[in-house]
Each structure stands twice: as C-alpha cells, then as structure tokens.
Design a protein around this ligand. Structure first.
Ligand code: VGL
Ligand code: ZN
Length: 202
C-alpha cells in the first residue's frame, strides 16, 4: 500500500479577497501543511492540483455573457458561469503563499481546454480527456489517496468520485476542505455523496 496526499486548488483566487472567494478557504492551508509534513516524514507522496484556465475559458461568465453563478450549458454539458479565476500564470492562480511548496513532490494542472470545464483532478467534466495524475500514481503503485482542499462541492467532490471509480481507496480530510455553497447545504451533500460511494471521512 502506497499513499499520496492530494491537495486540491488551494489557490489565491479561491481564498478570501479573491474573485471566487470560498468562505474560510485559507483555513485549509494549515491543515494541508500539517498533513503534507506527516506524509513527507513517512516517505509518502504529496501532490497538488491547480485550476489552470486560459484567460478566455468557456466557464467564465465574462465569456458567456451570463450573470455569475447562474446555470447554463457549455458544449452540451451543464455549466455554472464562474467569475474569472485560475488564469494561467496569474497571481490569482498561484498556490496560497502560506502553503509550503517545499513539501510538494509534483504539481498537476487542469482546466486548460477552453471549451470544457474540469472539476476533477483526473478527467474533464465530459470525461473525454485525462490528466497525467492517474498514470503518475499508477507508475508508483499508489493505491490510497488522502484528499483535501477547495472546493468541497466541486473539485474535491469530483476528484474523489473519479478516484473511487478508478479503484483508489480514498480518505477525505473534512477539516481541510471548504466549499462554494451556492446552496447552503452543498458541501454537506457533497461529503455524503463521496461517503456513499466509499470515501472515508477523517
Ligand atoms: C473549482 C469551480 C470552478 C474548484 C474550480 O476548485 O472547486 N470550482 N473551478
Ligand atoms: Zn475553474
């Protein structure tokens, strides 16, 4: 059994002060650092994801012309129109400055395709294209994942559901996750859905 910690999207844009601020998003940083130190101490892997969009990404309300946080459709898939966020190379797309990068073994990027959104760290929302993450983990015989980060109800949720489908054992660090909560219960519901599919809440 080999384990990896998967740190999801702890980026400036999703933290207080950012255009897509998630309430208490910055409180995930210390939890991530604590887990990352523990994983490194045991010789286990620490990986981080970054939402990494082109400046004219199709998920942006500024591109669709629709109001932010409303629901529409992008290339046949349901799409929430987000504020501009995670633009490749911008300060907003950087990892939170207090997240200890020296503990991170590898970075993975998602959301580069202009015409499809990508919540999961493994696949785009249409399950058409795969990131490098699964092959990276398989090459190293990683079977168990511990996941935390932002946002509980989007990128964490879809990463965890895909990981379970791909056959990984998955634990979710609840205190290390924060959600968007367009509806107040979205994160609670997301955690229940992950648990129902076999994720263990720690
Ligand atoms: C995220 C919506 C759009 C996330 C990223 O990191 O959860 N959510 N892009
Ligand atoms: Zn995004």
């Amino acid at each position: 059994m080999k384990r990896a910690l998967i740190i999801i999207d702890i980026q400036n844009d999703f933290c207080p002060g950012g255009p897509m601020a998630v309430k208490e998003g910055d409180l995930t940083v210390n939890v991530a650092n604590r887990y990352a130190r523990e994983f490194r101490r045991k010789g286990e892997y620490v990986l981080a994801l970054q939402d990494w969009h082109p400046a004219n990404h199709g998920s942006f309300a500024s591109v669709s012309g629709e109001p932010v946080y409303t629901l529409g459709e992008l290339n046949g898939l349901a799409q929430i129109w987000w504020p501009d966020h995670g633009v490749q190379g911008s300060v907003g797309a950087d990892l939170h400055p207090d997240l200890d990068r020296s503990l991170i073994d590898a970075l993975f990027y998602k959301g580069q395709d202009i015409d499809v959104d990508s919540y999961s760290a493994f696949f785009d929302n249409g399950h058409r294209r795969k990131t490098e993450l699964d092959s990276w983990l398989r090459e190293r015989d990683v079977t168990d994942l511990v996941v935390l980060g932002i946002a509980t109800d989007y990128c964490v949720k879809y990463t965890v559901l895909d990981a379970l489908e791909l056959g990984y054992n998955v634990e979710v660090v609840v205190e290390g996750c924060r959600g968007v909560n367009l509806n107040p219960d979205d994160s609670t519901i997301a955690l229940s859905q992950m648990a129902a599919q076999g994720a263990v809440m720690i």
